[in-house]
Write a protein that binds this ligand. Structure first.
Ligand code: BYC
Length: 319
């Protein structure tokens, strides 16, 4: 395909049209003109999001064979399958921006694209499945509900379905933790230990503080993001405090205090050095997660080959 570069006057008109559409809260669709930087920023965020969904299958899948009952196993399997589905919606959304899935997976496997820091922590006990559902999926919903109003149509539409499924995930986590919290002393202690380990990494999911967030200002002006990292993190803390109380569990932060003036819960300092280390590849499970992902990709090569051979045999022309 050959593209003709627009002259300066028509480029200015295209830019003005794009800015007007964003200002009017209209959706930008794949065939619409968009600035290169908008496209690149979307590819970056959507790819990172897609990678997080499929890497996120690993910590929970670790417990499928050890789920304590058939009911719990069926629920967990359904949830892990949902995460794979979310990855597919998101890779498809990224493809509408002109990047191939192979290229994105290659960047994940070679460490050139990120996935969420949260999935570099281990799932040590069964209660971690509950803590992930309650906290990690809870944080994901808080972050993703506003993305349903993202200016880029295919991403926003994918988010609507993802959020519906995430809310089931969050509830199953809450219900699992509630059962443990109301169980024996040992079960209660296991639930508390899981919450102690997952609380701070969940707060890091929202990204660096606003004054260190490289992309927020631009992404918010383009209405890719609707709220800043710190705003969403605060919203999440405010939701979790009363839920922890109902669960009969404590959040591991002695500084949590209701601030009457702000109308929000104050919380203690986040260990941003730990966050940076995890992003650099030095978290507890970074190496294991990427190794397993690469292996899964290699093991799946025959499925991709078979699908390609089938498509070639029953191509468009034969239908
Ligand atoms: N982990 O300028 P900033 C799920 C990076 S899946 C790793 O604030 P932005 C689930 C950031 O990419 C949850 N990296 O960036 C799945 C940037 O690096 P680059 C995933 C992070 O984009 C299975 C740099 O730090 N959710 O819920 O404005 C089972 C500077 O950051 C993180 C999404 O992906 C992090 N936590 O804001 C259960 C949601 N935070 O790209 C659950 C969509 C920041 O310059 N994404 N970085 O190399 C977003 O909303 C935004 O991209 C973020 C970051 C809020 C994450």
């Amino acid at each position: 395909m050959t593209t003709i570069a627009p002259d300066t006057a028509s480029l200015a008109a295209l830019e003005a049209g794009f800015e007007a559409a964003v200002a009017a809260d209209e959706r930008i669709e794949p065939r619409d003109w968009m600035p290169d930087a908008y496209r690149a920023s979307l590819v970056r965020q959507i790819a990172q999001h897609a990678h997080s969904e499929i890497i996120g299958m690993q910590p929970e899948a670790n417990w499928i064979t050890r789920a304590p009952s058939l009911r719990r196993k069926a629920i967990l399997m359904a949830k892990v399958q949902d995460e794979a589905g979310h990855g597919l919606y998101l890779y498809s959304a990224a493809e509408t921006l002109g990047v191939g899935r192979d290229e994105l997976l290659d960047k994940l496997h070679s460490g050139r694209q990120k996935y969420s820091s949260i999935f570099n922590y281990p799932t040590l006990t069964w209660a971690d499945v509950g803590a992930i559902g309650w906290l990690v999926d809870g944080a994901a919903i808080t972050n993703q509900v506003p993305l349903c109003r993202c200016s880029y149509g295919p991403y926003a539409r994918a988010m609507v379905r993802v959020c519906k499924e995430e809310s089931f995930h969050q509830r199953q986590g809450y219900e699992l933790l509630l059962a443990l919290s109301r169980g024996t002393d040992a079960q209660h202690a296991m639930a508390q230990d899981a919450v102690d380990r997952w609380w701070w990494p969940s707060l890091m999911m929202f990204g660096p503080p606003d004054d260190e967030s490289a992309h927020s200002a631009r992404s918010m002006a383009w209405k890719i993001k609707r709220h800043s990292n710190d705003e969403l993190r605060q919203r999440f803390v405010d939701i979790c405090v009363p839920q922890a109380e109902s669960l009969g569990l404590t959040l591991p932060d002695p500084d949590l205090t209701w601030n009457e003036r702000r109308g929000h819960w104050d919380f203690g300092p986040i260990d941003w050095d730990e966050f940076r280390e995890v992003l650099k590849g030095n978290g507890p499970c970074n190496e294991q997660r990427i190794d397993q992902r690469r292996r899964a990709h290699e093991d799946g090569a025959w499925v991709r080959d078979a699908a390609a051979a089938y498509a070639a045999k029953h191509g468009e022309g034969n239908r």
